[in-house]
Design a binder for this molecule. Structure first.
Ligand code: GLN
Length: 285
């Protein structure tokens, strides 16, 4: 008979070769829950384990620092389970904050929403499900991401119009949007040295990194698109790099926007940026 505490300790011990103790424990709990339906409380009560699972392949991947989310093939986001795999960015807690903010501000408006950079589909799916009457379109340049996002939408019963499109190309847009949202790549190449191997070696670079020579390239393009795509009183929401607060404000003014809100994330870093159309703008480009 195998007892849950012994198995938990064994997994944690192995993982601690590659992870700090707290993280090793958190991963062990996730493994036990996912593969054996053994929860934290079962470990605390040291319940006997009735099923078996061979963890060796999983352990090998984890010890090579592959993110637990890719190993399990899923991540929780806004109370949904989303499939994730190499090729899509793992949804982050700060992005959940962004989505919660958008939902809180836009509950009664039946908005038309455009999400730029679909990834796993976490943003458009959560918005489609939580804002009644919303009509959500989401774009990505990655077919891998779009196919995972499409599956996630189906699994979570959300209606999202996914489009394969590069925002730097022209597009024949029909109508305007009340909300545009984007969590584009915003980590500078020079910031790589501060990032962990599990992100660097496994997550899609195209979803994360921007050149140091033009770190706001996506923001500029999206702000420019928003000058024609945002409806009257429309709002443009961004997740952003905390190092570029002044530059984000500057760029918005230069393009001709007049009303902006900056918001911190749970780590007290400047992380979210909202531009509101006031309809008095005089756009310059
Ligand atoms: N917050 C992410 C990270 O630090 C970056 C997300 C992004 O580039 N849009 O890994």
């Amino acid at each position: 008979m195998i007892y849950s505490r012994a198995l938990f300790q064994e997994l944690t011990q192995q993982l601690s070769e590659a992870y700090p103790m707290e993280e090793a424990e958190a991963i062990s709990y996730r493994l036990l829950s996912h593969y054996l339906e053994v929860e934290r409380m079962d470990v605390i009560l040291n319940k006997a384990i009735t099923q078996t699972f061979d963890f060796s392949a999983v352990m090998k991947r984890l010890l090579a620092l592959e993110p637990i989310q890719y190993v399990l093939g899923q991540e929780e986001f806004m109370n949904m389970t989303l499939d994730v795999g190499k090729g899509v960015l793992i949804p982050r807690p700060e992005t959940e904050e962004l989505v919660q903010w958008i939902i809180a501000e836009n509950t009664v408006s039946n908005p038309k929403i455009l999400d730029i950079g679909t990834g796993s589909g976490c943003i458009p799916i959560a918005l489609a499900k939580n804002i009644q009457g919303s009509e959500v379109t989401s774009l990505d340049v990655s077919l891998d991401a779009l196919s995972i996002a499409q599956k996630n939408a189906q699994k979570n019963e959300a209606t999202v119009d996914f489009i394969y499109h590069d925002i730097f190309d022209d597009y024949d847009w029909k109508g305007s949007f009340d909300i545009i949202v984007s969590n584009p790549p915003y980590v500078r190449e020079s910031e790589k040295i501060m990032m962990r191997a599990n992100v660097l070696n496994y997550e899609p670079a195209s979803a994360l990194f921007v050149p140091d020579s033009d770190p706001l390239v996506f923001y500029r393009r999206i702000m420019q698109l928003a000058t024609t795509l945002l409806s009257e009183n429309g709002k443009l929401y961004f997740e952003m790099n905390e190092a570029f607060t002044d530059e984000m404000i500057d760029m918005s003014f230069k393009i001709g926007f007049e009303s902006m809100i900056l918001k911190e994330d749970f780590m007290s870093k400047d992380r979210f940026f909202l531009i509101k159309r006031t309809n008095k703008e005089n756009f310059k480009c």
